[in-house]
Structures are given as structure tokens and as C-alpha cells.
Design a protein around this ligand. Structure first.
Ligand SMILES: *Cc1c(COP(=O)(O)O)cnc(C)c1O
Length: 432
């Protein structure tokens, strides 16, 4: 049992603790989680009659194997007793080396070098720094802008924010402060929707802006926090060709899509193309600790090393944290030692079947499923409090946003729980 009575804990939370995308003091009380195990969150006290909630969110794409997993716990414990952290300047250690080797093994072939950092946003900052510095080192400092498509999300620090969707990403608030990037139209919605005129638009944007563009950065196949939209993998091939033709680097932000979520180990696999730089995070440690990785090709690394400043000037204090690296290595092992693709397919079928009735609900304009991602599109901004309460009453934790109710269950979720999660999504869509 927690030592703080729940009302006191919530009062202190309200007084001192800032929550994501929230005002200070907060206007709604969060739920107090006491512990978590498997696919269940255990609350400190019942809410709407529920003490346990099935987790439909994988803690924001990250908890692939569920909570309190014996293998990940053991990896953490074993490493904790050796060392939880040492600096990475001038020192190295087995957890970092083994993780980097594994990441190179499982990502597309030309990615050979790994920069480990502490969060997804930082890994995107590092990716941007790599790309800009690559062109500076090549004597092309004018190539300093980024090109992306609308509807994306790349994190909350400055460079990532600058390539988030300009309408959803608060660009208006930050005009004059954010670097001004180049935006193509959002990709046509739908995994199977290929539109040659949109491909031409992408080709034209890359060609027209090549002299000032260091890199194209996109989330492959699924735009996640920018609106949970899917697009044709063929556009990734179009971007790859256009970038090669016009001398622009290509960055895939796989922070949300990596580690099987979309049905291929990395979303790049849907298109069979490799980026020059790839960002990984979220599920990297199976949801245990904050860690991210930026991978690049030898060409990018060598380009930087040939420059006047031949080093990548970046070095987070907790770079390559051994505890996180050990858990990440164990988490990747857990994933690859099972038939993960089959599990994702099983979840995909359950979501397709369980969410289909949502299409008939008032206020719903669409239902879409890809891999272990299920999305119900509303025709209005969701009433977060009402939708969350409806899901909790159904025994499920969901966190709808904008005009969406969505799920991305841990891969270990059983069929019965998946059924309950789908019912909760329907209830949330009706209530919200
Ligand atoms: C979550 C996310 C980020 C940011 O990662 P943080 O760890 O929250 O900083 C960047 N890109 C994508 C695609 C994401 O989903």
C-alpha cells in the first residue's frame, strides 16, 4: 500500500507536479497507479468501481511485453548490482556495446553506427545535428533546413517541434522562435491509397528545395501523435529516390513505429527502403526506462568526420545508461525470440473485428487498424473526461486525444482482454 493517502497524494500532485500537456495547477485529477503487472495497472483506490485497468496504451507505445516482466526485471537487477551508470566519455561497457551491435543487426543494412541518448526528442535533435553537420562538413552550409510532410509528430524539444504538424504543433505560438521548415502536404490517408499526383508533389518539393534542405524527416507508414494516420509505404520509396537524386539525406523517425508495432519490425520494412538516419525510442527498453538511439550510415559518419570540426558535439550525461541498455538488449531478445509477427497479426485481427462496430456509431467517421494499432476517428474533439471515464467503467485505460480514440496494446495481451479493450473503445467513442 502507498504511504500517502490518496486524497493527500492528489492534493500534493495538484500543488507541485506538472503533467504532460497540462496547465499548472492541473484541472483534472489523474488516476493514482500503485503497481502494474502483465497488461494490468493497479490503482491505489477504486475509480468508477475499478481497482485494476487493462492497459490499452502500452504506456505511450513503449510497454511491449507488459509490466513487471520477469526477464526484464532480471536484466535490471543483474545490471543494477554491477553498476547503474557510468559516464560514457572515455569509458564504455558491455551493455552499450551489445545493444548497439544488436540494433545494427536488426535495422536496415546501411545503418552501421549508433548514438545512444536519453529520449526520443533528443534522438531527433541528434539526427538533425548529424544531417546539418554532414552538409557543413561538405562545404554546403546553406543546406540547413528540414523538409517534412504535414501531420507529423517528432517530439517536444525545439528542432523536433519545428517539424511537427504546423497546425497541431503550436507553431503559431512559437512563430519567430521555431526554425522555419519546409512542409509538403500531408500524405493521402490510407495504407492502400497511392496517389501518383501526391508522389509528384513530393518529388517536386524535394527538387525545388534541395539547395537549402539538409534532410527529409518523416514517420514512416504511420503518423502517430500527429493524428494516427496511415499512408502508403510507396511514398517512402518516392522520397528515397528523390533524396538520392537531389542530394538530400533521409531520416526515418521510427520512435513510435519501431519494434513490430506496425506489423514489420521497423516500418521502413513495409517499403523495403533504408534511411540514412533512423531514430528509435519508446519501445526500445520495453517501456522500462528512458533511452533512445540515432543510427546512421557510414557515409553520414564519415562525412561528419571529414569536416573542419570532425566530431559530433553531443554528449548527454546519461548517454548509453547501462541499466537502460541492459534492459533494452533483453527486451529486443524477448521480442525476437518469439513469433512476434504472429502476435501482432493476432492483435490486428482482434482489433479489426472488435472495433468494426464503431463505424456504425454516431459521431464516428472511420475505423482504421494496422498491426497492433487501432484507431476510431470521431467527427468532433473528444470529451477527454467523459471518454476516459467510460473506458475506466469498462475496466480499461485509454488516453484519447484530439478527435481520436485509439489503442496500442502490449503484444502479450490475451484475446479476452483484447475483446474488453475493444468494447471500452466503443464505450469511449460513444461517451466522448
Ligand atoms: C514520442 C515520439 C517522439 C518523442 O519521443 P520522447 O521520448 O517523448 O521525447 C518523437 N517522434 C515520434 C514519432 C514519437 O512518437
Amino acid at each position: 500500500m502507498p504511504e500517502l493517502p490518496v486524497p493527500e497524494l492528489l492534493a500534493l500532485d495538484r500543488a507541485h507536479v506538472w503533467h504532460p500537456y497540462a496547465p499548472m495547477p492541473g484541472r483534472t485529477d489523474p488516476l493514482v497507479v500503485d503497481s502494474a503487472s502483465g497488461v494490468r495497472l493497479r490503482l491505489a483506490e477504486p475509480v468508477h468501481g475499478r481497482r485494476e485497468l487493462i492497459d490499452g496504451m502500452s504506456s505511450w507505445w513503449s510497454a511491449l511485453h507488459g509490466y513487471n516482466h520477469p526477464v526484464l526485471n532480471e536484466a535490471a537487477r543483474g545490471q543494477l548490482e554491477r553498476m547503474s551508470h557510468v559516464m560514457f566519455g572515455g569509458l564504455t561497457h558491455e551493455p552499450a556495446v551489445r545493444l548497439a551491435q544488436r540494433l545494427v543487426e536488426i535495422t536496415p543494412e546501411p545503418l552501421r553506427h549508433v548514438f545512444l541518448s536519453d529520449s526520443g526528442s533528443v534522438s531527433v535533435e541528434v539526427a538533425v545535428k548529424m544531417c546539418l553537420q554532414y552538409w557543413r562538413s561538405a562545404g554546403r552550409p546553406a543546406k540547413r533546413r528540414l523538409l517534412t510532410w504535414r501531420g507529423g509528430y517528432h517530439g517536444d524539444t525545439w528542432q523536433p517541434m519545428s517539424v511537427c504538424d504546423p497546425d497541431g504543433g503550436m507553431h503559431q505560438l512559437w512563430s519567430g522562435v521555431l526554425p522555419e521548415q519546409i512542409f509538403a502536404d500531408a500524405p493521402p490517408a490510407g495504407y492502400d491509397a497511392y496517389d501518383e499526383s501526391y508522389a509528384d508533389h513530393l518529388r517536386d518539393m524535394v527538387a525545388r528545395h534541395a539547395d537549402e534542405t539538409a534532410a527529409v524527416i518523416v514517420e514512416p507508414v504511420v503518423q502517430n501523435a500527429g493524428g494516427m494516420r496511415f499512408h502508403s509505404p510507396a511514398y517512402l520509396r518516392v522520397l528515397r529516390e528523390a533524396c538520392d537524386e537531389h542530394g538530400v539525406l533521409l531520416v526515418f523517425d521510427e520512435i513510435a513505429t519501431g519494434f513490430g508495432r506496425t506489423g514489420t519490425l521497423f516500418a521502413a520494412g513495409h517499403a523495403g527502403v533504408a534511411p540514412d538516419v533512423m531514430c528509435l525510442g519508446k519501445a526500445l527498453t520495453g517501456g522500462y526506462l528512458s533511452m533512445a538511439a540515432t543510427l546512421c550510415t557510414p557515409e553520414v559518419a564519415e562525412g561528419i568526420s571529414r569536416g573542419e570540426f570532425p566530431v559530433l558535439a553531443h554528449g548527454p550525461t546519461f548517454m548509453a545508461n547501462p541499466l537502460a541498455a541492459s534492459i533494452a538488449h533483453a527486451s529486443i531478445g524477448l521480442l525476437l525470440d518469439q513469433d512476434w509477427a504472429l502476435e501482432v497479426k493476432r492483435i490486428e485481427s482482434a482489433l479489426r473485428e472488435g472495433l468494426a462496430p464503431a463505424a456504425e456509431l454516431p459521431g464516428v467517421t472511420g475505423v482504421r487498424v494496422l498491426g497492433a494499432i487501432g484507431v476510431v476517428q470521431l467527427d468532433h474533439p473528444v470529451d477527454l473526461a467523459a471518454a476516459t471515464a467510460a473506458a475506466v467503467r469498462a475496466g480499461v485505460w485509454l488516453r484519447p486525444f484530439r478527435d481520436l480514440v485509439y489503442v496500442m496494446p502490449p503484444f502479450v495481451m490475451g484475446d479476452e482482454d483484447l475483446g474488453t479493450v475493444c468494447e471500452a473503445v466503443l464505450a469511449a467513442a460513444v461517451a466522448g
